[in-house]
Design a protein around this ligand. Structure first.
Ligand SMILES: [Zn+2]
Length: 692
């Protein structure tokens, strides 16, 4: 018998169908020569410090750092029954070969190997490495199973990642929490992420807007403007120009071509879904994972935005299937045609490593599409329209620039004129399909400049002056934070630099959503609308934590080394040795500097408002804004989530100080119906709805 082990039950059941293992048994499927079973994510974890030594259970400074010489693993308690089923199956005497069918990536590799080692299994195994759960991919993958040794380095990289994270997490969380007498979670990726958000908010707080002036000269069909630093100068320019004519100094018109945006990798999809639909990175990953499990999308955790050359024919068929499915009727009715499609635009063998870009699949039908829950439906639309757009015609336009001289001052204007809308047409159709309001397209917001001869003069119809202020940076949203994590805080906004940035990012596409959720759960960051804002704890924590731990460059460097382990150019031992030494010296140094200057009380919480029931402070907690008097006190509490809607700190403060919030939109009733309401206090200071 051959035992196939998948990462999740849903995948196992698909695999079982395809290989003909139709009989459902306790924790596995059987049939033909196959047994098909599954993990439930990670079944094995690194042992806690107290497993090495009972005395390490309590957090003490003098037991730090904790650096095991041999790392122990243990079976996760909650899923231990599935582990024991796998153990029994692996040890069955009639099982002579295994197939590793966990997700094709670093984490998937680790999930299988840890179980394999925990069982102390010695049977040979081969790797099923597929990017899609469609029957054809599974069959192709089963027909070309890979030698497990090909993935040994990937496993080493995964195991190093896990151990390094354990070292940082255990040692630094204990170190800072013990010193400051409050829970201060530390993480290799999460701490630099918190630092970026804190730094951005400080930039915003410290920003002083500069006043400047623009002076505009209006002509028949366009306007030109110049800038002045002071009001005095602006008034002077206005006065000087009033009776003058304008002379054309320079008139340029250039034809420009903008190529379509490439296909989605996970991060790009998460960013767009956040920007357009307000989804968190985790929600997007969850929706996409469901689509993948149901064979409607390809592998989610990819960092490639291209396909390989040998996929050209199948993508052509995919396009035909989608266009004739009836789901994209409006696109077809507006003459979207495969005649204008160039698949070669999305082909780049060098930019595909383990997985190609995210694609929809041919399994979609109008019935399946209609039955999708709205989140999955929207994500499906995003990836399908992105395919239509990425292979479509480029956007072509004329870009014109004009420089005028008015009374010795230089005025300029720029304009744009579409020649061919190209792929932008597909993007407009996507917004319609998602019921999003159409913002002005880029070219609509530009004026058309008339053709003008250099040296000719123009009559000014009107002049005016506007006072403007420079704008502060903008708070992070999940969209912009994902981008910042991908480029590790470097201010790179050029998509052509993404290859360099990829080697020095914070986290991986697969882990970023989880990291964002985690810094919210651990109380460093809170959501306010789309914004991600630091809590008071985060500000103070970032001030005391060691520079090396909050600097994105360090973890980016580690991520680069993990990639080197994966490609076989760096040994796992060497990496672990470096990390251990790093932890050792960091812990010593931090303990010493704290001993020189102890400060236990800087994390004492400051309240967000005064308790309306008893007058003590209302503090922010992970799940609520509550009175500091605690459970045996007055009992005042505002839950952070009410009828599935997150209540921001601003609204909580309004409710406490004014007795009523602003109108809050998007509560969901118990029957699943959305509604809008104000939150108000009832007489006993519990919270009720008031309807508009
Ligand atoms: Zn109270």
């Amino acid at each position: 018998m051959i035992l196939i082990i998948a990462e999740k039950p849903s995948v196992a059941s698909e695999l079982a169908k395809v290989v003909g293992a139709h009989k459902k048994e306790q924790g596995f499927f059987s049939g033909k020569e196959y047994l098909v079973s599954w993990c439930v994510g990670h079944l094995i974890e690194l042992a806690k410090p107290e497993q090495y030594d009972e005395s390490l259970k309590s957090w003490k400074l003098d037991t730090l750092p904790i650096i095991p010489s041999v790392y122990q693993t243990q079976v996760c308690y909650n899923t231990s029954s599935q582990y024991h089923i796998l153990k029994t199956l692996m040890n069955r005497s009639d099982v002579n070969e295994l197939i590793e069918a966990t997700d094709a990536g670093r984490e998937g590799e680790l999930i299988f190997r840890l179980v394999y080692h925990q069982v102390e299994c010695k049977k040979t195994f081969r790797r099923l490495w597929i990017s899609s759960m469609e029957e054809k991919s599974i069959l192709d993958g089963m027909a070309s199973l890979k030698d497990s040794a090909n993935y040994d380095n990937l496993y080493q990289a995964a195991f190093c990642r896990q151990r390094a994270d354990w070292l940082i997490g255990i040692n630094l969380t204990r170190l800072y929490s013990t010193m400051y007498n409050t829970t201060l979670t530390c993480g290799r990726v999460q701490t630099p992420t918190v630092q970026m958000i804190v730094a951005r908010e400080r930039e915003i707080k410290q920003f002083t807007p500069q006043t400047y002036y623009t002076i505009s000269a209006c002509f028949e069909t366009f306007k030109a403007s110049c800038k002045a630093e002071t009001k005095q100068l602006a008034t002077q320019i206005l006065a000087d120009c009033n009776t003058s004519t304008a002379v054309v100094i320079k008139s340029e018109k250039q034809q420009k071509t903008e190529l379509p945006t490439p296909l989605y990798d996970l991060t790009a999809l998460q960013r767009d879904a956040n920007r357009l639909l307000g989804y968190s990175a985790q929600q997007t990953l969850d929706y996409l994972q469901k689509l993948y499990d149901n064979k409607l999308a390809t592998y989610p955790r990819t960092d490639s935005r291209y396909i390989t050359k040998d996929q050209t024919e199948s993508v052509k068929r995919l396009l035909d299937t989608l266009l004739s499915s009836g789901i994209f009727k409006t696109l077809v009715s507006k003459n979207y045609s495969t005649e204008n499609v160039k698949i070669s635009q999305i082909v780049n063998n060098k930019k595909v490593t383990d997985h190609h870009a995210i694609l929809p699949t041919t399994s979609i039908t109008p019935e399946k599409f209609q039955q999708l829950p709205s989140g999955e439906k929207n994500i499906f639309l995003l990836i399908a329209y992105r395919l239509f757009s990425a292979v479509y015609l480029p956007h072509q336009y004329f870009s014109s620039k004009l420089v005028l001289d008015i009374a010795g001052y230089s005025f300029s204007a720029s304009g744009r004129e579409d020649i061919q809308e190209g792929f932008q047409f597909v993007e407009h159709e996507l917004k319609k399909a998602l019921n999003l309001s159409q913002s002005k397209t880029e070219s609509e917001s530009y004026s058309h400049l008339p053709p003008l001869v250099e040296g000719s003069s123009l009559t000014i119809s009107k002049m005016f002056c506007e006072e403007k202020k420079t704008k502060p940076p903008i708070s992070y949203t999940e969209d912009t934070l994902l981008k910042a994590m991908e480029t590790a805080g470097k201010k790179i906004d050029d998509s052509s630099l993404q290859d360099i940035a990829k080697t020095c990012g914070l986290g991986t596409p697969a882990t970023r959503a989880g990291i964002i959720e985690n810094i919210i759960k651990t109380g460093y960051i809170r959501r306010e609308g789309k914004k991600l804002l630091p809590t008071e704890t985060a500000y103070t924590f970032i001030d005391i934590v060691d520079q090396t731990i909050k600097d994105p460059i360090l973890t980016a460097e580690w991520e680069k080394q993990l990639a080197e382990i994966q490609s076989g150019t760096l040994s796992a031992d060497c990496f672990m040795q470096n990390i251990s030494q790093f932890i050792q010296s960091l812990v010593q140094k931090t303990k010493q500097s704290y001993a020189d200057n102890p400060n236990h009380s800087i994390f004492q919480k400051c309240g967000i408002a005064v308790c309306p029931k008893c007058g003590k402070q209302v503090l922010e907690y992970p799940k609520s804004y509550s009175c500091e008097s605690g459970k045996n006190g007055c009992g005042f509490v505002i839950w952070k989530q009410i009828s599935q809607k997150n209540i921001s700190q601003t609204q909580a403060v309004k409710l406490i100080s004014k007795g009523k919030t602003d109108l809050i939109k998007g509560f969901i009733s118990k029957n699943g119906k959305p509604f809008d309401a104000y939150l108000v206090f009832k007489e006993d200071k519990t919270i009720g709805f008031q309807f508009p």
